[in-house]
Design a protein around this ligand. Structure first.
Ligand code: GDP
Ligand code: MN
Ligand code: MN
Length: 235
């Protein structure tokens, strides 16, 4: 794919290069979706607030960049050693997922403000462009608790449930599973992220074919009340 600019029709560009089939799951990097939809900001046009300057003083980052993070956040869960944000869509991520890579100098890429809507729109776009019924996962590279290393996470999805629910199933010995809910959209996003790479691969879309379907639900995010890590970080 070329460098993506505001106004580009991502679905058409992908369908020109790949013959999609019914049932395919297409993972799209949130960075390119945001560039196509104009969810970007120029640092030169940002005047940092007192709060942004204060946080930037602690993290050693550009106050204008921190202002973009603050503006994208519903709540700042942690300020230092890195800014951890809860976004309006439910995602909790470092620097609110605001990126300075794979875009021109002095520009930042925001996460899509409505990632679920983004996935719906892309799914519709693939139907319009190629007449195919697909699933879509909008991905971002995210850090994790307890482990070093970033992995791909699903921040929006359409055409599937986020979770494959094993509760009530029996294991090989007849025990009833009580807890296991598999976050399948994150597993797929994780492998997509591996194919995409992080730097100059230029591969912002990955197609999964012949995935078996699954059943479950969409409650991927803990509610603030269930989220023990969030309560520990910000009682
Ligand atoms: P993020 O994980 O959504 O934040 O996106 P990344 O910046 O890590 O990029 C994911 C993949 O998409 C990498 O292979 C990038 O090189 C690629 N990529 C990012 N922007 C573009 C673009 O405008 N055009 C193309 N062809 N690839 C891009
Ligand atoms: Mn990103
Ligand atoms: Mn990435």
């Amino acid at each position: 794919l070329p460098l993506i600019r505001e106004g580009d029709d991502l679905c058409a560009l992908i369908c020109e290069r790949m013959l999609l089939k019914n049932g395919d799951i297409i993972c799209i990097a949130s960075s390119v979706y945001s560039k196509a939809e104009g969810h970007t900001r120029s640092l030169n046009e940002i005047v940092p607030s007192e709060q942004a300057c204060r946080i930037a003083g602690k993290t050693g980052e550009d106050p204008r960049f921190i202002q973009a993070v603050v503006d994208a956040s519903d709540e700042i869960v942690l300020e230092y050693p890195f800014v951890l944000s809860a976004l309006p869509c439910g995602h909790v991520g470092v620097r609110a997922g605001v990126d300075q890579s794979n875009i021109e100098d002095e520009m930042v890429i925001l996460l899509p403000p409505d990632p679920m809507g983004a996935a719906d729109d892309l799914r519709e776009g693939f139907f319009t462009a190629a007449g195919v019924e697909t699933g879509v996962i909008v991905t971002d590279t995210c850090g994790r608790s307890f482990r070093r290393g970033q992995t791909g996470h699903a921040i929006g999805w359409s055409g599937m449930t986020a979770i494959r629910d094993f509760r009530g199933d029996t294991d090989l010995f007849g025990h009833v599973l009580k807890i296991t809910e598999e976050a399948v959209v994150d597993e797929i996003a994780g492998f997509a992220n591996f194919v995409m790479g992080e730097s100059n691969n230029g591969v912002p879309a990955v197609v999964f074919r012949n995935c078996p379907s699954w059943e479950g639900h969409d409650n991927l995010y803990f509610s603030p009340d269930e989220d023990i890590m969030r309560k520990l970080l910000k009682p």
